[in-house]
Design a protein around this ligand. Sequence first.
Ligand code: GUN
Length: 303
Amino acid sequence: MTAELIDGTAIAKKVRAEVKEKVAKRIADGKSQPGLATVLVGERIDSATYVNMKQKACAELGMTSFHHPVSSDITQEDLETLIKKLNADPKVNGILVQLPLPDHLDEERVLQLVSIEKDVDGFSPINLGRLAQKGREPLFVPCTPYGCIYLLKEAGVPISGANAVVLGRSNIVGMPAALLLVKENATVTVVHSRTKDLPAAVRQADIIIAAIGRAEMVRGDWIKPGAAVIDVGINGIPLLNDDGTPLISEKTGKPRQKLVGDVNFDEAKEVAGFITPVPGGVGPMTIAMLMANTLRAAEIQDK
Ligand code: GUN
């Protein structure tokens, strides 16, 4: 292995410890306890797990969380009424609507309704618009892209002037990551499923942010020697027996899976200068940055 491993678990732990200390200090100073409202629509297991982790993080860091699980058949009007109620509640500093929403709901209208001062996910069109504009600053930056940039900075990777390639153009990761890199003065290329020659584009990159959702798609020979590789992907692939058949769990009777990123780690680590593992890279940073954003929301609302 030639690449330096960027340990997201350790860096996230440090961010959380800093937030925890600042929360304790503000409470000792007689200020309010930061509060995060989580809105979970429906019963998606992955969404429920993420929201549960966010609530636990709040408790660990001395913040309050207010959970609002609602039925998957909630009407647009009722969901909007809930958001308006949370906007008006002084105990709620941050509002997080877990995505994706069921198809019958208008996600854009919901996100547009979240007060920009409480938009700890950074998904409001105003915060995203400011991120896209020169000389303007959003109040909050989306948590996963924020975590990616934080990891690069912690590892000492120069961003200004670097060629950065972002794989994927989602609203949650790819596009805001590209906008953040532009703000940091990188020269940014966004590549996606329709890009003609993906490997050639990626080979130009000093910084690669892979958020395309395809298991181990980025191969070692796509990577410029010494590049920094930030792997946002979380993909389950089947574990195999020696004879190539799927390995079945004795406990559940189901095929066993392992988690891999969008980058072929074993190949990439021999070429890259820096690399994040999966799991233990970007994953833990998303919640750490959400906690930092929630504290910031409370500080903004003090004023
Ligand atoms: N779904 C997947 N990632 C996220 C995230 O960072 N925030 C929200 N609200 N939903 C998500």
